[in-house]
Design a protein around this ligand. Sequence first.
Ligand SMILES: [Zn+2]
Length: 184
Amino acid sequence: MSQHPHAFSRYCMHCGQRLVSAVPEGDTRRRLVCMDCGFIHYINPRPVAGIIPVRDSGEILLVRRDIEPRRGAWVFPGGFMDLGETAEETAVRETREEAHLEVEDLRLVGVYTRVLPGIVLIVYEARAVGEASPGHETSETRWFRPEEIPWEELAFDSTLQALRDWAASHGYPVPEEPPSLADH
Ligand SMILES: [Zn+2]
């Protein structure tokens, strides 16, 4: 099970001294605390924003991951938010980078939390404009009719949940018993 990468930090990012695990005064949870400068290294979930691109014929675009984890599995475009971006801007940028695809008219599908790695996935659907091709970190792009969604070959449980909610909200078929995917 993957963990938040900052959970393994050993040194203070401010002064370089060793961190210790302690409950700061007035807090209720153990934190990584610098005994030298007092800085508390809070470990917060990281937001990821993605888009289910839909073209006028009703097909959706998925990309095949060319990076770990889950290399080779299908997912919709998405990625970590950068400081200074809105969630919508992240989602549009990632769709451009991973699939060379432009989208418009974003609408929220849902918000999905992967608790252990500490990821909050914000998913939109959007109207696809033009054609797609593989880009950064993807080996293939493919348009799927809703009934063709490869439920057993999706990257993450959160991918499956978002696509399931999207399909159900449009009256498309969804798997009765969603297959369980690796949650990492
Ligand atoms: Zn320090």
